[in-house]
Design a protein around this ligand. Sequence first.
Ligand code: HEC
Ligand code: HEC
Length: 306
Amino acid sequence: MSGMSARAHRTVGLTLQRLLGLLALQVVVFGAIGCQRDSFKEPLVLGGTSVSARTLNRGHRAYLRYCVGCHGRKGDGNVPGQEQMNPMPRDFTKGRFKYTSVLGDQLPPDRDLLRLLRTGVPGTHMPSWSTVEPAELKAIVQYIKTFSPRWRKEKVGTPLPLPHDPWARDADKARRRGRVVYHGVARCWQCHPSYLGEDEIRRLQSRLPVNERLPLRANPRQPLSVPTEYGPTLAPAFKKYQLRGGNRPSDVFRTIATGIPGTPMPAWHPKLSGRELWALTHYVRSLVGLEPGIKDNESQTRVNRK
Ligand code: HEC
Ligand code: HEC
């Protein structure tokens, strides 16, 4: 009898212990999830603006849902298969972005990052997130800033103002002027293809002082491969290219004016005037097929098509 009760007691004891163990395990598991769900307890100052813990936690959850597969848990883009993507997913720990409205290496304002999330980066693996709720996108933008120490130390840069397009009424004239700036002034063919014959480039350069003229590189109709922080990259051949920083005239103006940090694509502001930058904007948009081609006389057209 006493043996029985002792055994029964032991059984009850074991069950209780097991139950307690299970409970403890649950506390640990839920605790961890809870922890992950609310990794931020305090607001953070990012790029000079205070962001609430609530927004950061929301951004974190959305990031784990949409972005982690390519940009990684640590935001460093270190995920299996990343090397198969060209360009590779961005490493956010560097706090450096390609398509922004600020000059040099300054941190971009939120609206640059939001625009980028809405459009994605066409022609790369970075998709558009335009179907995600705007408040959620805004929270993700805040969250990705937590990956790089730069956002805790520096303030957001000042966007380059967008001047009024002086060619709005005569886009064809703008494209012709843009072609001259492209081939004879800025000489974008140092990296990108040339779209005029060598004689014409020589003729355009003859307007410059002799010591400023540049020799044409070999195969000027082919784009040049240049070293960048992201690995060797072809300067785009515009006739077979989808603009990555956006298609609208204001996007193209901004990309040419502010350049692409981390690559040899320079900022052309303030080397070129607003008027020249707008002319280039129309010309580049015509090369990629977003605006009509230049209406030239026949010989000129043939030169262009070559
Ligand atoms: C299928 C893979 C993939 C997913 C998913 C993805 N990205 Fe990207 N992302 C990329 C690639 C590839 C690039 C590099 C594009 C380039 O260098 O031009 C990139 C670049 C970026 C950039 C840098 C843009 C710049 O101007 O330099 C940001 C910001 C970004 N992604 C944010 C996000 C966010 C936020 C999410 C989730 C909502 C996300 N990405 C989901 C692949 C992805
Ligand atoms: C020293 C080399 C170099 C010169 C000179 C240069 N570029 Fe670029 N450019 C690049 C490279 C490299 C890229 C691609 C960067 C990348 O995709 O990461 C690029 C990209 C671009 C893009 C694509 C942006 C997008 O949205 O995808 C445009 C437009 C552009 N350049 C315009 C110009 C114009 C106009 C000039 C002359 C005023 C010029 N570039 C001069 C190297 C150069």
